[in-house]
Design a protein around this ligand. Structure first.
Ligand SMILES: *Cc1c(COP(=O)(O)O)cnc(C)c1O
Length: 397
């Protein structure tokens, strides 16, 4: 007996242009991926520094695999925390100039776990409207009073913080780089508000770890707002080329998360090989700053090239690896992405519910393996695809 409502729900989903195909993407090295028999330049991944396929990560992982096997066998709290995990936590704390780090099974799990460990029903949580889904889910699961604020004007947040002053605790939650707009959060202003309203600030550095800030330590470090009030979350699965999430902060915070953050207490630790690979990645981040320099140079150049072709991108003060090109309608965005594939480029077509209706976009994720000489032709291809998709009206407004 089929589930009775599925057919109609799926049909409606398709009709709205929201259908997601399940595709198989085979990495072929150097940022190249094979999809449906085509060889494409991958501009739809998060391997910003090209480390996921780096032989030094593979070597570290293989060594750990040979010694410890594949799985971690238990949650970290029970018996899953090996010396590879311990070493990685130490390295992460050193890397972020923090007292301590706690590993989570993923960045998603880190966000959900830390928010629900830090605030509860007696508290209030303040969430940027464009935060990543894992932050929103963490806010909901925490059962704290949820207040959603908008940028760039932070008066609304200021008012909300004042209105919730009688709550036991207040937590402001933000991405450091927003996944869908590729812009940076106003971290100094948020830190200032947190200070004034006796709130904590949680910053999700998923797209910044390894890429932005001094030594690739993220935007909190770039703005110099590290403090006991500021909880930093990062992921091992983007620029660090592995899998897992982490939180860095003071020893007290780490102890609290270790004891109470349910997403790491009740979930198996990352494989020792993943921890070993992430350690190797941190060494490369420290030793090879040219990777992030090349990436951010490419981001600056490609943004200019796209804008000079009449394409519309959300503004940002800081170059980031994410360049969204706003198309508008779902169908046009899908058509543009398909056109790009025929031109050898794999680019994400981001549609509702991930972004608001009418704000569908191509999301170009850069990586340091892209040859700078290729940017001009990438910009030409994106402009041509946008023009095809929108019947000539370029940015599709
Ligand atoms: C990717 C991402 C996450 C989730 O990280 P995973 O390690 O992939 O689970 C969390 N927050 C943001 C902003 C992200 O972009």
């Amino acid at each position: 007996m089929p589930i009775p409502w599925l057919d109609s729900e799926l049909a409606a989903w398709r009709e709205q242009g929201r259908w997601r195909r399940r595709r198989t993407c085979v990495p072929r090295g150097d940022g190249i991926v094979e999809v449906d028999g085509r060889t494409l330049l991958n501009l739809a991944g998060n391997d910003y520094l090209g480390l996921a396929g780096d032989p030094r990560l593979t070597e570290a992982a293989v060594e750990a695999l040979e010694q410890a096997g594949v799985g971690a066998r238990a949650s970290a709290l029970v018996s899953g925390r090996t010396d590879w995990h311990e070493r990685l936590e130490q390295r992460l704390a050193e890397f972020e100039h923090a007292e301590a780090a706690v590993l989570f099974p993923s960045g998603y799990a880190a966000n959900v776990g830390v928010i629900s460990a830090v605030v509860g029903a007696q508290d209030a949580v303040f969430c940027d409207r464009l935060n990543h889904a894992s932050l929103i889910d963490g806010c909901r699961l925490s059962r704290a009073r949820l207040r959603v604020y908008r940028r760039p004007d932070l008066n609304e947040l200021d008012d909300q913080l004042r209105a919730e002053r009688n709550r036991r605790r207040r937590l402001i939650v933000t991405d450091s780089v927003f996944s869908m707009d590729g812009d940076a959060a106003p971290l100094p202003d948020l830190a200032d508000l947190a200070e004034r309203h006796d709130a904590l600030l949680l910053v999700d550095e998923a797209h910044a770890t390894g890429v932005l800030g001094p030594g690739g330590r993220g935007l909190v470090a770039r703005f110099g707002i590290e403090s006991d009030r500021c909880i930093r979350v990062g992921t091992l699965s983007k620029a660090l080329g592995s899998i897992g999430g982490f939180v860095v902060g003071g020893q007290g915070l780490a102890d609290w998360l270790w004891n109470t953050a349910r997403t790491q207490v009740y979930s198996t630790a990352i494989p020792p090989a993943a921890a070993a690979a992430a350690c190797a990645a941190l060494e490369i981040v420290a030793a090879e700053p040219q990777r992030r320099e090349r990436l951010l140079d490419a981001s600056r150049s490609l943004r200019e090239l796209l804008q000079s072709r009449g394409l519309r991108l959300p503004a940002t003060d800081i170059p980031t690896p994410i360049l969204p090109v706003i198309i508008g309608e779902e169908a046009a965005t899908l058509a543009a992405a398909a056109e790009l594939e025929s031109r050898g480029l794999l680019v994400g077509a981001i549609r509702p519910p991930t972004v608001p209706a009418g704000a569908s976009r191509l999301r170009i994720s850069l990586h340091s393996q892209i040859d700078g000489a290729r940017l001009e032709s990438i910009a030409d291809d994106v402009a041509a695809a946008a023009a095809v998709a929108c019947g000539g009206s370029r940015s599709g407004q």
